[in-house]
Design a binder for this molecule. Structure first.
Ligand code: FMN
Length: 187
């Protein structure tokens, strides 16, 4: 059985957590799941023998990880032949206002266009504020942005906004759309 590749880029770790969750879900659905950090040396060794690919990345200053862009662009020829999903993790996706969520969708669509890929499914996933990992300037900047958008500026601990139930449903939807969902039993 060919695996489903889950290739992710992360800066503070939330997208790794998202990718691990997706891999677990894929396995529960009876598939083999291979996790790949696109910033690792293993990213140069990936073979095109996959059933499908799920790409995950997060937004920092309106851009997704360059390691993810590099991986997707340099493997584009075989990626184009497979069903692909893209999960874009951001704070904008967690914002209560529709304008911010639209920006997150536009950034995700733009990234896929740049990589010249047409995913079967693109989803914006609410990320996390990992205040405890930021340096002084990052923390100050993120507190300002967060409070401006009605999110917590309490930097004494981290805040996670990811909706794991929604993510689970989105993974199932992708598997179904890709023809990899649970098979109906014939009578
Ligand atoms: C320095 C910095 C810049 C960020 N820029 C954006 C941004 O432009 N748009 C956005 O929606 N979220 C932004 N975020 C929020 C991240 O996308 C969010 O924290 C996400 O969970 C990070 O995922 P990661 O831990 O996998 O890197 C930013 C976060 C940091 C720390």
């Amino acid at each position: 059985m060919l695996p489903i590749l889950i290739a992710y880029g992360t800066t503070e770790g939330q997208t790794r957590k998202v990718a691990e969750f997706i891999a677990e879900r894929v396995r529960i659905r009876g598939h083999q799941a291979d996790l790949l950090d696109t910033a690792s040396a293993a990213a140069d060794q990936v073979q095109p023998f996959q059933m499908a690919v799920i790409a995950c990345g997060s937004l920092h200053l309106d851009r997704h990880q360059s390691s993810l862009a590099h991986f997707l662009k340099s493997n584009q020829a075989w990626l184009k032949t497979l069903p692909i999903a893209f999960f874009s993790v951001s704070l904008s996706a967690a914002m209560p206002d529709a304008e911010s969520r639209k920006e997150a969708q536009q950034a995700a669509a733009h990234f896929m266009q740049q990589c010249d890929l047409q995913p079967l499914l693109t989803r914006c996933v609410a990320g996390a504020l990992r205040y405890t990992q930021y340096d002084y300037f990052k923390r100050a900047m993120m507190r300002l942005i967060a409070s401006h958008h009605g999110q917590s500026s309490d930097s004494s601990h981290d805040h996670e906004y990811t909706d794991w139930q929604q993510l689970e449903a989105d993974v199932d939807q992708f598997l179904k759309t890709a023809g990899l969902g649970p098979k109906a039993h014939s009578a």
